[in-house]
Each structure stands twice: as C-alpha cells, then as structure tokens.
Design a protein around this ligand. Sequence first.
Ligand SMILES: Cc1cc2nc3c(=O)[nH]c(=O)nc-3n(C[C@H](O)[C@H](O)[C@H](O)COP(=O)(O)O)c2cc1C
Length: 371
Amino acid sequence: MTDTTSLILSPYDNSGIAVRNRIAVAPMTRITATEDGHPTQTMFDYYLRFAKGGFGLVVTEGIYTDKAFSQGYRFQPGLSDSTQAQAWAAFNRDMQARGAHVFAQLMHAGALSQGNIYRTHTVGPSAVRPKGKQMEFYHGNGLYPEPRPMTDAEIDEAVQGYVDAAQRAVNIAGFSGVEIHGANGYLLDQFLTAETNRRTDRWGGDTKARVRLLADVVSTVKRNLGSTVPVGIRISQGKVNDYVSKWQGGEADAEIIFGTLAAAGANFIHVTEHEAWQPAFDGTQDSLVTLARRYAPNVTIIANGSLHTAGRISHALSTGADIVTVGRGALANPDLPEVLARKRQPKTFDSSILHPVASIKDAELAMLADG
Ligand SMILES: Cc1cc2nc3c(=O)[nH]c(=O)nc-3n(C[C@H](O)[C@H](O)[C@H](O)COP(=O)(O)O)c2cc1C
C-alpha cells in the first residue's frame, strides 16, 4: 500500500465520529421510498453494497423532517413519525455489524419542494421564486412556485421538525449521527443566501444574521441529542438550481459562517463544491475545505466534490479535510475502499446506472452534482 492509500484507509476517531477509514458515501437522493416516506428493501440493498465494499461511513439521501413543508420529492423517505423511523432500525443494526456507520441527512426543501404529500404550497424565507426549473428526474415539472414567506411560528415549527426527526433518527432508527442539510439551495441555504433571504427581522440582513437559523438548528439539535451523538451540517456555495452561486463576502463570509457553526457546537462540517480543490473565490488560492479548516479548527471537516481518485482524495486530506465523501464515484464503485486498497483504477461514473429513472438528463445530473 502506498502512503497515499494508507492515509485514506486509516481509521478516524474524533468528536464522537469513529470510522474505519477516511472515505465515506455522499448523500444521494434516489426517490425509491414508498409514497408515504418509508424506506424500502431496494434502498437497504443499495446502502448495504457500500458497507460490503469497505466504506466506513454512509450519509443517507436527504430525509424529510416533518409533515408540514419539509418534503422535497415524491418517494423521498421521511423521519416525520416513529413508524417511518422504526423502519430503518434493523437496517442500521446490519450496517453497524458490517463495520459501517450511517448518518441520517435531515432535509427541509423549503422553496425547492417539488413534491409534498402533506402540503400544496411551498414556503421559504421570502417571496422569491427560485431560479431555474423543477427537476424532471425527481418528478418535477415547470417553474418552481413562488414560496410564501415563513411566519415566526413556521420557523419555530421547522426547527422543532429537525429536533424531533434527529431524536427519532438516533433513538428509534439507530442512526449513528445526523447531518443537517444546510447546502445546495434547500431551506437553510435559502436563509443563508442574500438573494433568497430578503427578511428584515432577526433571520435576515448581513451574513451573521443569515447564518443564525443554521446555527440555531445545529445547537438545538445538539442540545436535545446530548454530547455523545455527532451532529454536523452540510454547507455549499452552489445550489441545485444555481450551481455557480458564490458567497458575496468571499473569505469574510467563510469566516463568519464556519466560525458561527463551530461555535454552535457542530461536530462536523461537510463542505461541498463542484471540484473541492478549486479556489473558493476569485482572488484566493484557498479552497472552501481549507477555509473551513481555518475558521473551524476543532471541527471535523468532511470534503466533497469530484474526489473520485486516490490522488484527489489524498490532496483533500492534506489541505484540511479529515474525511472525504464520494457521490458518483461511489455509485460507479460501491467497493471504492477495496479498489483503492488493491491499487486498482476506479471505474468512471456513467449516469445510465442511476435508478429508477435511467434516462436522467445530463444537464440535471450536472445540477445535482454541482449543487
Ligand atoms: C443522484 C444524486 C442525488 C443527490 N442527492 C443529494 C442529497 O439528497 N443530498 C445532498 O446533500 N446532496 C445530494 N447530491 C449531491 C452529492 O452528495 C454530491 O455533492 C455530488 O454528487 C458531488 O459529489 P461527487 O463529485 O462525489 O459525485 C446528489 C447527487 C447525485 C448525483
């Protein structure tokens, strides 16, 4: 084994995150749950392949949190009641017995919801119609509707939704940790982003005000779960409906955002960019991974974005990341850790392997991957 590979395959144990290697599966929505949000055997078989292939950690697809406005897609799994949560319990025991931990990604779609069995309209921070078109790949059609601005009571309800879903995820479903989806244009990222957050109350204004809701969700979930369960948050600049978006304040924004989330008690920050090694902003050489490490020095940093080869993974680990997640690379190579251990060349991702909609349009796939 080369030095590069041995670092990737070495265990990691910090902040309650104890995994057998540094390579994890990125969250990927597969819309293969039942219509009422229960996981299926198809999903379990999909995830089990990664445990068998040597991954130490899997982050689930985005799971909706409540029976109000959080659901994003039809056939998305939920953790909005104890029956949905119970349905994951045997699966999580099986994954752990095979040496893999699973973190539940808790997702509120906000204005990007395009399929919600509980509500017919969408909400967001402000009445700003999302850019772009709904993703046909996820059963969407046409423009996104203009969301209704959330009331204070609805914001409280959404926070409570994360808290309740996190408790069900850990105490009933048996997940090893939770990742709050703060990235890719969904509700929390809508609050973080100046274009979609025009509020003049305590949730809107400068970057410090716009990150407040993300920090509140992290600290409230953390307080409710207790200190031993890892709680983290996923952060990006790009969005599924606007993948070239950048933080307007550049590195100053990065300092506020990562510093605030660290102070809120996040055990890990999962940073995603299209190509994780690229400079985060014009005028800097530092990637978002390096900036996250700089401004959240004691937090576990997970990096994502086109890190599909040993060389790229190892570069991310040497520039600030503790763990790397792979999305498309894991779909193409469910046994990527073993492939790397044997020094074989990983297979290249081919979008036709995506199930259940085999004919995913390349443009939509690019949006997902770039978000
Ligand atoms: C089919 C598909 C579904 C995705 N669903 C999610 C999701 O549910 N939650 C999320 O945070 N990111 C999601 N993503 C983004 C991936 O986690 C990841 O950021 C992206 O694929 C880029 O990483 P990669 O270059 O390793 O593939 C999805 C990506 C793909 C390809």
